[in-house]
Every structure is written in structure tokens, then in C-alpha cells.
Design a protein around this ligand. Structure first.
Ligand code: MG
Length: 170
């Protein structure tokens, strides 16, 4: 059996909310009293997107590429991490076709920030904003997300071979 032309990948991440940290979601600063805690800048959206890309290309995961034990990634800008992941995916012969993202956050009004998030994520993954979907769900008051203790994110990506003319025609 030959190589199948398309590859799908899923990414998931969750970070704790903590006072005194900026809140970065999809590379965009969202005004809020608390931000996400983590070794890097803890951008849960960009981490989920990076893992979806790595998963689709079977290139490992973000924890393997940028270990939390490595001081190089302390406070790292996740835009740089995602750019490096994208570079590796392209090097492996793939191009993203589209991204679908679900942000799970209880008390954050993300609507006004979605256009910026879509544009920023698109710039980092070689996609126009109309191929990047960002949806938001509340936690219905339940669990760590619903109680406002954490923000989580799911991302799904489709990859096509870099030489696929149907994809290049966009
Ligand atoms: Mg993370």
C-alpha cells in the first residue's frame, strides 16, 4: 500500500491559572487578572497547535523537543517554539491545510481576541486566517476549567504533502 496523501494530528494542553502572570492565548495577550503558569510563557493554545502538528507528522511531542528541565526554554516565547515545530514539519515534507482549535476557559471573553489569534497562529503555521478556526467553550462551572483554575485547549490539524498541487493552489 502506498503512502496515504493526508495526515491528521491532535494536540491537547492544559495550564494552571496563577496571579501575577500575563495571559497569552494563541500568541495574543488577553487582559486578565491571572495568567497561565508554566516553564515557558505557558501559551496553552500554541502548545496544543504545536502538538497537533508534531502528531500529524509523527515527529514526537512538544515535551520531547523543548523539555521543561532545560533552562533554555524557561520563560520561552511559545511563538518561537511553534515556529520551530512548523519548520520541522515542513522539513519533513508536509504543509498544513487547516487548523481547528477549541479553547476551554470559564471566565474569559475570547470573542474580541479571536481575529488576532487566528492571524497570529496562521502566520506561524503558513496558513491564511480563513484556514484557522478558533472556538471557545466554558467549563460550565465544572472541573478545573469551570472553576477558573485552568485553561485547556484542543487542536486538530490536517497536513498534506508539500508537493500536493491542490494545496499549493490556495
Ligand atoms: Mg504546555
Amino acid at each position: 500500500m502506498g503512502q496515504q496523501p493526508y495526515r491528521v494530528g491532535i494536540g491537547y494542553d492544559l495550564h494552571r491559572l496563577e496571579a501575577g502572570r500575563p495571559l497569552l492565548l494563541g500568541g495574543v495577550k488577553v487582559p486578565h487578572a491571572r495568567g497561565l503558569a508554566g516553564h515557558s510563557d505557558a501559551d496553552v493554545v500554541l502548545h496544543a497547535v504545536a502538538d497537533a502538528l508534531l502528531g500529524a507528522a509523527a515527529l514526537g511531542d512538544i515535551g520531547e523537543l523543548f523539555p521543561e528541565t532545560d533552562p533554555r526554554w524557561a520563560g520561552a516565547d511559545s511563538r518561537g517554539l511553534l515556529a520551530e515545530v512548523y519548520r520541522r514539519v515542513v522539513e519533513a515534507g508536509w504543509v498544513p491545510v487547516n487548523l481547528d482549535i477549541v479553547v476551554h476557559a470559564q471566565s474569559h471573553r475570547l470573542g474580541p481576541h479571536k481575529p488576532d489569534m487566528r492571524a497570529t497562529i496562521g502566520e506561524l503555521t503558513g496558513l491564511s486566517a480563513d484556514r484557522v478556526s478558533v472556538k471557545a467553550k466554558s467549563g460550565e462551572g465544572l472541573g478545573p476549567v469551570g472553576k477558573g483554575e485552568a485553561i485547556a485547549c484542543h487542536a486538530v490539524v490536517l497536513l498534506a504533502p508539500a508537493g500536493d498541487s491542490a494545496v499549493l493552489d490556495r
